[in-house]
Design a protein around this ligand. Structure first.
Ligand code: FDA
Length: 299
């Protein structure tokens, strides 16, 4: 069945959107902020924190970047008005970084200002390795001015363990993920077990330093190792949280983490650019196709 899933995943980008929609549905919370906030409220009521992401990346003009910035300001205000337990997650290329670094920086500083004013945290997602250093530079600048800033580090990059040591500070808020982009073997680890080993080393370094760790993964074996690390090093639960993407099946593992008193945050993507995001998710895990098809035909 796995070869069939891979074939379907390869064809989905060329199929009409109405066909792809059922596959996308589990991963995308909605097309509008108002429908998405219903899901955020429900997650909050069930004890989950959230982070809201407006789908998209690589805008082509300053006007587009400004629209994205304004849309995020609206999200920040809605989170604050309803006192929701949510941060926002932002990609710098969505705010214009690719057009002009200064534009990306100015836009994130405006969001940092709004977030700070409204008590809403902001995480700068990490994109491909072209942007790694620029992202850290912009994060350092924004977090030196405003509270509540965080960013992301990828366990598949050779440089990352060293980056954690360089970034260490009591203000550091860092999401560790494996990394989603196709990077060359010169700069990135490709072996699954070695990425997991590096992830654990990075988590150890971050937790033994002064910062806050956001442990983002659906890999149950890796979560086992992270829990062991937390317990053996006696790390207080206000020093870290677990994070997952909306819609990825986790069995009862998240409930178990919450029962231990650990914070769990769900990354909730929404917006009209759901198609491109979903194609990426399906290519990453073609297994999900049989799962979605199963549910689809049961209805
Ligand atoms: P792994 O890929 O080994 O997956 C473990 C298991 O989880 C798989 O066997 C599969 O069953 C399941 N699974 C994983 N992903 C799934 C999916 N999408 N759908 C269905 N099942 C899935 N990356 C990045 O480069 N920059 C970033 O800023 C972020 N941000 C981010 C935030 C959060 C909250 C998460 C959870 C992840 C990211 N990522 C990311 C993505 C991350 O780098 C990585 O690609 C995915 O999380 C998959 O890696 P896992 O750690 O889940 O392990």
């Amino acid at each position: 069945m796995s070869w069939l899933n891979s074939v379907i995943a390869a064809f989905i980008p060329y199929l009409p959107k109405w066909f792809a929609r059922p596959f996308a549905k589990p991963y995308v919370a909605g097309e509008t902020i108002d429908s998405t906030l219903e899901i955020v409220r429900e997650l909050n009521n069930n004890g989950y924190s959230t982070t809201l992401d407006i789908l998209g990346e690589f805008v082509h003009s300053k006007e587009e970047a400004t629209k994205v910035k304004d849309a995020y300001i609206e999200v920040i205000q809605k989170i604050a008005d309803e006192n929701l337990d949510s941060t926002i997650s932002v990609k710098l290329t969505h705010l214009g970084l690719e057009i002009d670094m200064q534009l990306g920086e100015d836009n994130i500083l405006t969001l940092a200002h709004e977030g700070n004013k409204n008590g809403v945290g902001i995480t700068i997602d990490m994109e491909n390795s072209t942007y790694t250093s620029q992202t850290f530079d912009i994060y350092k600048k924004a977090s030196s001015i405003y509270d509540g800033m965080g960013t992301v580090i990828q366990a598949y990059l050779f440089r990352s363990l060293n980056d954690i040591k360089k970034l260490n500070s009591p203000l550091l808020n860092l999401r560790i993920c494996k990394g989603i982009y196709n990077e060359s073997p010169e700069i990135a680890i490709h072996d699954h077990n070695s990425i997991n080993d590096n992830y654990v080393e990075m988590a150890k370094s971050l937790l033994n330093g002064d910062g806050y760790a956001c442990l983002a993964t659906h890999d149950l074996t890796l979560i086992d190792r992270l829990e062991l690390l937390i317990e053996s090093e006696n790390i207080q639960s206000d020093r870290f949280e677990f994070q997952v993407l909306y819609g990825v099946p986790m069995g009862n593992r998240l409930e178990k983490l919450k029962a231990k008193g650990y914070k769990v945050r769900v990354y909730v993507p929404y917006g009209k650019d759901w198609f491109e995001y979903s194609v990426r998710r399906l290519k990453e895990n073609p297994k999900i196709i049989s799962y979605v098809l199963g549910n689809f035909f049961k209805r």
